[in-house]
Design a protein around this ligand. Sequence first.
Ligand code: ATP
Length: 310
Amino acid sequence: MIEVQSLSRYYGVHRAVDDVSFTVGEHAVVGFLGLNGAGKTTTLKVIAGLLAASSGTVRIDGVDMATAPVSFRKSIGFLPETPPLYTEMTVSEFLRYVGRLRGMTVAATEARIPEVIAKAHLQGQENRVIDELSHGFRKRVGIAQVIIHKPRLVILDEPISGLDPKQIVEMREVVKGLAAESTVLVSSHILSEVQHTCSRVLVLHDGKLVADGSPDALSSRLGAATSIQITVSGSPEQVQTLLSAQPAVQRFTLGRSPHGHVTAAIELEGDARESLVAAIVGAGLGLRRLDDARDELEEIFMGLTKGGEA
Ligand code: ATP
């Protein structure tokens, strides 16, 4: 359904998206994962026809978005991170207004409103003024308005940002449910989010596509290495000798903690933390701390970019 071929997008001289290619089939829920500034929003806006590509092509159902008529672009639903809402309207009034704005007849809009209320899990909120809704409900009103005209492609930019844990769970269900009617692209900087909602994850880093696969495949690829930081009382020479003798230690860098202890940032092959701790204790060194060295997403990018091409 979506074919992206060698897509690049510059802002002035800054290359926000760098030679990205992928295809997406019908009714998939695909996650775009990346740190802030990775190029997710830019990529999604080009796909939605809201931004022009600097080079490369985006085709949706074979139609080139660079030359697609406005009517075709309207068949795509794009929800920005902050949903555009008329907050003085009630939920129903707003959906009625958006339906008409999208060229639907009064009858078609009225028939569709109960469907989108159900799809966005907004039952019971129809007559409430949007201004008085919680952040989570407002985000879901954003989703309801973006699907009112049954777009074949729905693009959601960071739909879970700013939501509390209960709202996040609800939003996951809403997003998954959209796939019955549409192909869904969703961006996030949180790995667990895309793991919960998406059948496929595309990882962007510095504008480049560094991985493309199922969440499970991504996790198992990353399972190959563990990054930890230890703090030990002992001499740097002792720590150096010990770590050099451990087969599971791929590489390490020594340092000093503010309290004068020796620190080591270590890349382990597999999760060999227990055997490493046993070796440290067995050598008579005092283990003060053992921490995961990087947060999950950072670890992914380190793992993925280290090996070069995805
Ligand atoms: P975020 O989650 O922070 O929105 P993102 O992955 O969606 O990040 P983009 O918003 O696509 O990333 O931004 C990619 C790069 O392009 C960033 O370096 C950003 O600063 C830059 N950028 C985005 N929009 C503009 C703009 N209108 N003008 C200039 N630079 C921009």
